[in-house]
Design a protein around this ligand. Sequence first.
Ligand code: KIV
Length: 283
Amino acid sequence: MRPSVKTLQEMKMSGEKITQVTCYDYSSARIVDESAIDMILVGDSLGMTMQGYQDTLPVTMEEMIIYGRSVVRGTENTFVVVDMPFMSYQEGPTQGLRNAGRLMKETGCQAVKLEGGAEIAPTIQAITNAGIPVVAHVGMTPQSHNAFGGFKVQGKGEANAERVLRDALAVQDAGAFAVTLECVPPRLSTLITKKMDHCITIGIGASSGCDAQVLVMQDMLGITRGRTPKFAKHFGEIGDAMLEAFNSYASEVKATSYPAVEQTYVKSDCDEYFLKKLDEKYA
Ligand code: KIV
């Protein structure tokens, strides 16, 4: 059975750590669903991991719905959160509520996530008032990387640290049941977690002081080629395992050792006489 918002909050209250991983497709979702992971994020990071863009900005509502739906179909034990893409809520509460509603109705997910702090609180309020659970996202918010001047650690220095804390408090007051803290230094993320009343802190590059952790699946499985962020520990080397499997397949096909007899429908094969007749007929 899927955890509910209430179960997740009870886990926070009892000090049990909560786990989340991003996931974007049905087959992977089925594997996550068999695992001990509590939550999936269908993140707009799919713009990079699945579509090869440089950032998340080009991702559309329609794409989030297609990927979100596929993941929901592959799960029955995992709480699924779908990201609201860039410019699907930045116009204000009316637009945010309309698109959050679409994500819930058209994917079957359990919650939506949107980026921003105090400035986005009225939108979070409108969405939660409609009974839609919200995960907020403060600290380094990738949809605003052009304004930040890159993907940088947030909350350095007193004023910036206070801004991240105030953002977290503002989204909690607006009704978010969880808040992702991205690239926030350890002491600050621990303090924010302490200051949160019911709101679950989900860290990514934000230390074990948070209630929960999230990682991008391709990063944690060692599938991402090229540089990955400092916090993205590899819990497997699936990329190398895939490469080895693709190379074995290619070399067996070239050597005609695949398909072997065991991989053919030999019992249903035509008899010699029949094949000879066909051969002559189509000479
Ligand atoms: O889109 C995403 O995958 C995210 C995580 C980095 C938290 O927002």
